[in-house]
Ligand binder design. Structure first.
Ligand SMILES: [Zn+2]
Ligand SMILES: [Zn+2]
Length: 267
């Protein structure tokens, strides 16, 4: 098993010790775990979030380098980061990430039109179609960011806290935009992330099966598995179920990233 998207106490929303994460991954028999704490440089442009502390990148990466070395003969530790995309923050990410030697960058959209689409207020002023379309446009824009990244984090994140009676993000309602996103992921050789933190949706994981089917139809092969665990309890959560679903769809591999190179892992 692998997990390419997890958080520890260098993220503002986790208290977990990274060493506990690695020990747990070993006890689960995993071959790879990337720790990808939140780097939310976009929030520096949004004064309403100035209470959220920024990650200490030096401390984060140094601790991961040390642990990667310490555990090298027992498990592969991916030194990672999750960037919260916003156009204005492009330069900050480009600059900061060029200073570190890393394995895995997850690029995610949490902020849409200068609002956090995890908050109720985002949905209250938009119809479902507007809210989801604006989110997907931000995802499309994120693929053209200036910094390098490996996987596209949790497509469908907007659904997690959505307030509509029928929350589902249907491929058919946004097919042109979703096709554009998927074709761009394929042409840029990025990975589409399967994210099993689907709490709040009626899915087992993000994105939905119809989006995964379409990805395969369009020639998509690169996939990562991310539990998005914020503590030891959810590491590799639903790995077996996801693997089975992927096999049914005709996929053969998930990918782990070492020095930003994808390595296939048979599923
Ligand atoms: Zn995220
Ligand atoms: Zn995350």
């Amino acid at each position: 098993m692998i997990d390419t998207h997890t958080h520890c106490r260098h993220s503002h929303d986790s208290k977990e010790d990274p060493e506990n994460m690695i020990e747990m991954a070993i006890s689960l028999g995993m071959e790879y775990i990337a720790i990808t704490d939140h780097f939310d440089a976009e929030l520096t442009f949004l004064p309403q979030f100035d209470y959220i502390p920024q990650i200490d990148l030096d401390r984060h990466f140094q601790e991961l380098y040390d642990l990667k070395r310490k555990y090298a003969d027992r498990i592969q530790v991916g030194v990672g980061i999750e960037c919260g995309y916003m156009k204005e923050a492009d330069g900050l990410y480009l600059d900061a990430l060029s200073r570190y030697d890393t394995d895995m960058t997850v690029n995610s959209v949490h902020t849409v039109e200068y609002e956090d689409c995890y908050l109720r207020s985002y949905f209250e002023k938009r119809t479902k179609h507007q809210a989801y379309e604006a989110y997907l446009k931000a995802v499309r824009e994120s693929l053209d960011c200036a910094y390098d990244f490996d996987s596209v984090g949790h497509i469908g994140y907007v659904v997690r806290k959505s307030v509509y009676e029928d929350k589902s993000l249907e491929y058919a309602d946004h097919s042109d935009l979703i096709d554009d996103i998927l074709k761009t992921i394929v042409s840029k050789s990025k990975s589409l992330e399967i994210n099993t933190n689907a709490k709040g949706t009626d899915l087992e994981f993000l994105p939905s099966i119809d989006i995964l089917k379409r990805y395969r139809q369009l020639g998509g092969e690169l996939l990562t598995f991310g539990s998005d665990a914020h503590d030891v309890s959810r590491i590799a959560d639903k790995y077996k179920e996801v693997s089975e679903q992927l096999r049914n769809l005709g996929f053969k591999y998930l990918f782990k990233y070492i020095s930003h190179k994808p390595h296939p892992v048979k599923i």
